[in-house]
Design a binder for this molecule. Structure first.
Ligand SMILES: Nc1nc(=O)c2c([nH]1)NC[C@@H]1CN(c3ccc(C(=O)N[C@@H](CCC(=O)O)C(=O)O)cc3)C=[N+]21
Length: 293
């Protein structure tokens, strides 16, 4: 049976560190870090993630506002809003919650955010810096995964990490991070067109599932003793549950836990780390630091 990587506990530790650093920053005479969150429309999952982020920010002493726009807002109006936040010296971090409505081009919006306020790390400048191994903002989910590995004492040097998923917010930046000096994993990136996926996932010392399909990774796809990181957050209907749904990951948890050496649960694994690392990025934005996890 695998050891469970307790993302809630590790995230609480990161948040406590951020809280202490924010206190020291304010003690030194600075105003508290400030995060502007842009939420367009009323996707219930997005609204709930945004509430989670702003609540967690308040708990560590980071000020924030959620700018909530009607789904009919034009791209031009949204860009004007970002220009205003870019120019506002009292705004340290800007986060545009994804997904955006279909009539808005997400890259045009993300590219408009000043890279030094881009606490999500989605701007091409930050993506490029990450690829080159230069200091910049690292997207919170990949940074959180590295922190989970590091704080669990899991060795990455020379290990074969197999990342399933090539999204701009998880798979690609995580692959870049795993290649960094000091982390030194050997990285394979798989995706929906990969042939014989199971043969590749079975070769993983560290398997990261960021596919977006409930319980896609089954026990036969996992090598005995592998470390399994589940990035999936899938809502599945569950009438027996108070919310009417339940969260499941991209990994068939019970069966895979029997083979793995370490595994992250869903909920309580990567999700809470995403929020904690966003807070750390916001602190670093306020300090005009280009961090490096
Ligand atoms: N611009 C942007 N930045 C993001 O970082 C971003 C985004 N857009 N769009 C959506 C995804 C998703 N995401 C999550 C954050 C926290 C949890 C989280 O805390 N999950 C809890 C459970 C929460 C619950 O119970 O609903 C857990 O896994 O334990 C999940 C998912 C950030 N995202």
């Amino acid at each position: 049976m695998a050891q469970i990587i307790d993302g809630r506990a590790i995230a609480a530790q990161v948040r406590a560190e951020v809280k202490a650093a924010v206190e020291a920053w304010v003690q030194a005479g600075h105003r508290p870090p400030y995060l502007a969150v842009i939420l367009v429309g009323d996707n219930p999952a997005s609204a709930s993630y945004v509430r989670g982020k702003t609540r967690a920010a308040a708990e560590v002493g980071i000020a924030s506002d959620t700018l909530h726009f009607d789904p009919s807002i034009s791209e031009a109006a949204l860009l004007a809003e970002i220009a205003r936040l870019n120019a506002d010296e009292n705004v340290d971090g800007i986060l545009v919650q994804l997904p955006l409505p279909d009539h808005i081009n997400p890259s045009r919006v993300l590219n408009a955010i000043r890279p030094d306020k881009d606490v999500d790390g989605f701007h091409p400048v930050n993506a490029g810096r990450l690829l080159l191994g230069e200091p910049g903002f690292v997207p919170a989910t990949p940074a959180g995964i590295l922190e989970l590995l590091r704080r669990s004492g899991i060795e990455t040097t020379g290990k074969h990490a197999v990342v399933v998923g090539r999204s701009n917010i998880v798979g690609r930046p995580l692959a870049a991070l795993l290649l960094h000096r000091g982390i030194d994993a050997t990285v394979t990136v798989c995706h929906s067109r990969t042939r014989n996926l199971a043969a590749l996932t079975r070769a993983a010392d560290i398997l990261v599932a960021a596919i977006g399909r409930p319980r896609y990774i089954t026990a036969d796809m996992v090598r005995e003793g592998a470390v399994v990181i589940d990035v999936g957050i899938n809502r599945v209907d569950d009438p027996g549950h108070p919310r009417g749904y339940r969260l499941v990951g991209d990994v068939d948890f019970e069966a895979v836990a029997d083979k793995a050496s370490w595994i992250t649960p869903v909920p309580g694994g990567v999700g809470p780390m995403t929020i904690a690392l966003l807070l750390r990025n916001t602190l670093h934005a306020a300090q005009r630091r280009y961090p490096y996890p």
